[in-house]
Ligand binder design. Structure first.
Ligand SMILES: [Fe+2]
Ligand SMILES: [Fe+2]
Length: 244
């Protein structure tokens, strides 16, 4: 597998970049993504506000497009490793000069970070059209995985599932794309962080009909090809909600 330069944004699909930071010591990568379609510039799960973290993310965005061009921030739940940097995004762009999209339950917590921009709440199955070519971001709620108001996003054009903490992994041996060890890394993350098997099964039923070409989780590695089905099968049979 080709090694990537973690200091650089990596284009994983046309106009879709991984702009995250691997924390090799903790075995914990954080994976914000940037998607550009026409005039729409969408930032998924911006991340933490540590200088080192947001510093990397900002530098990577700036290597593609000025941060001020971001039009939408999608957050999949309210955890600080996704949301704490939103006020820093606001400092760059200005309050209410971009849209924040999440579920209603999550929207209640976003202001707790000091965010002043109004939050757009979306329902399960709702989509937002981006650009002018009919590309849609479809939002699918994923209750209790691992927060009641959690959701994921499906990009209808490139068939990418932005899966947040589902399909996420912990690994000291991190690679941008999932390798043969990734299912183990995914188990290590999923057992303590995903709440209950019935919620996992419910979620997997909801995504059953989707044609998924790539899964972009918020931690761990990007999945494409055969490992997608293996990961789905692994999660379906995994005992979760376990912390020993
Ligand atoms: Fe989380
Ligand atoms: Fe997370």
């Amino acid at each position: 597998m080709t090694a990537i330069d973690p200091e650089k944004a990596v284009e994983v699909k046309p106009n879709l970049w991984w702009i995250g930071w691997p924390d090799y010591d903790a075995g914990f990568s954080n994976n914000p993504y940037l998607l550009i379609e026409g005039d729409e510039v969408v930032l998924f799960d911006p991340g933490s506000r540590f200088d080192t973290h947001w510093g990397w993310v900002k530098k990577k965005i700036e290597s593609i497009i000025p941060v001020s061009k971001i039009t939408m921030v999608v957050v999949h739940h309210q955890d600080p490793d996704l949301c704490a940097a939103i006020p820093l995004v606001e400092e760059e762009i200005g309050v209410n000069n971009f849209e924040i999209v999440t579920t209603e339950r999550t929207s209640l917590f976003i202001p707790y970070y000091g965010v002043k921009t109004e939050v757009t709440a979306v329902d399960d199955g709702e989509s937002i059209e981006i650009g002018t070519e009919g590309r849609e971001l479809l939002f699918i709620t994923s209750p209790y995985l691992h927060f009641p108001g959690a959701m994921v996003t499906y990009d209808t054009k490139e068939k990418v599932l932005f899966s947040s903490d589902i399909f996420a992994g912990f690994s000291l041996d991190w690679s941008l794309y999932a390798n043969e060890y990734y299912l183990e890394a995914m188990k290590v993350f999923s057992q303590p962080y995903l709440s209950d098997t019935r919620h996992v099964k419910n979620f997997l039923r909801k995504i059953e009909g989707l044609d998924i070409d790539m899964i972009c989780p918020q931690h761990g590695s990007i999945l494409q090809g055969e490992i997608i089905q293996k990961a789905i099968d692994t999660l379906r049979d995994l005992e979760v909600g376990v912390w020993e």
